[in-house]
Design a protein around this ligand. Sequence first.
Ligand code: IMP
Length: 426
Amino acid sequence: MSTLVIVGSQWGDEGKGKVTDYLAQQADVVVRSQGGNNAGHTIYFDGQKYALRSIPSGIFNPNIKNVMANGMVIDPKQMLEELHGLMERGIKDYQLFISNRAHIVLPYHKELDGAYESLKKDNKIGTTKRGIGPAYADKANRIGIRMGEFIHPEIFKLKLKNALELKNMELKMLGLEELEFETIYKEYSSYALELKKYVCDTSLLLEEELEKNSKILFEGAQGVMLCLDHGTYPYVTSSSPTGASVPLNCGVAPRHITDVLGICKAYTTRVGEGPFPTELSGDLAHYIREKGHEYGTVTQRPRRVGYLDCVALNYARRVSGINHLALMLFDVLSGIDSIKICYAYELDGKKIQTIPATNQEYSEVVPLYIEMPGWTEDISNVTSFEELPLNAQNYIRKIEELTKTKVSLFSVGPDRKQTIQMEELF
Ligand code: IMP
């Protein structure tokens, strides 16, 4: 089989961009399957740093086809800014294909995202305010606008008129200013004109690539714990970042999805609200946050940090079909005397090994830990598992034992070169 799904196995920001960029060098096609510019995929190579938001992480390789699939919600304005930014930095030779079934994010989605967050007060989700939730809600409400419609001026005009009528009622009801049709239409028509050349039926393109036995990398955004169905609802995003969602989000048959690489940090982070059983505070949290540069790529918010949670990891493995793990930011743990890994929770005096369905219960679980000796050596230059200090090797082995999943790759720094792949993945 020549496909591999990259899935975030925690609450997002695990380093999916880095792994996708690394593995893209072995691939023919890279597909972003869901989400939008709420994602921030950071990539370092040749001394340069790139922060991608909507564009697939294979964009740096001229030989790779980059697909933005039907499961995405795409902000045309932001996406073009991202593309222009890449071009200004010399990334001009790329192959990009946007699904004609992907939905677009419009100004009213962003307005409504912010408005609902403010109205929710203490119950706010902590969204990225990029209009992602409202855009997916319009998709489900069947008043969304798809790329294939957006690039046809007359269809876009009609669809926007109809949608805006409803959206202005909503904005008015929330005490916000109504938006003008002409202003949006004029501005967004120019984006449509520029994007038109990339829009096509990407499901057909993927079928052709599968028939040729091309190597296809499916790049997920966010993480399983932020999944609309299986995450810590309602503190989740509005799409499903699981392996199971890939066929639907990309228009490929489920039988093509057999291998799922779960990306996890050597510890845990979370941005936004919601329960986080292994969350740390104090000096250790500060140490990890600063060393791991744990600040949001999209919003710059400081990330909440905690010990590695193997209950959450096992849950992600189960609901997402993860059969390989990539352990990221491993170098960040150097210099910590003693490291804990959560292997189970206690709820109402009972040991449990899964995520309770309600946040009420989830906020009451007590993590149970295994404690392991840490290591002091800097590991950012190691090139093999054998070069790691014994305690670091033991940390990896313990994760494999607790998750019954092989760690196939680990990362000891932000650069492409600081990636150690221990087995062939696809
Ligand atoms: P939304 O996706 O902007 O609606 O935000 C919903 C929740 O998902 C919030 O807690 C966000 O912080 C979180 N979220 C969305 N995208 C990402 C991501 O790429 N990394 C980490 N958290 C994310």
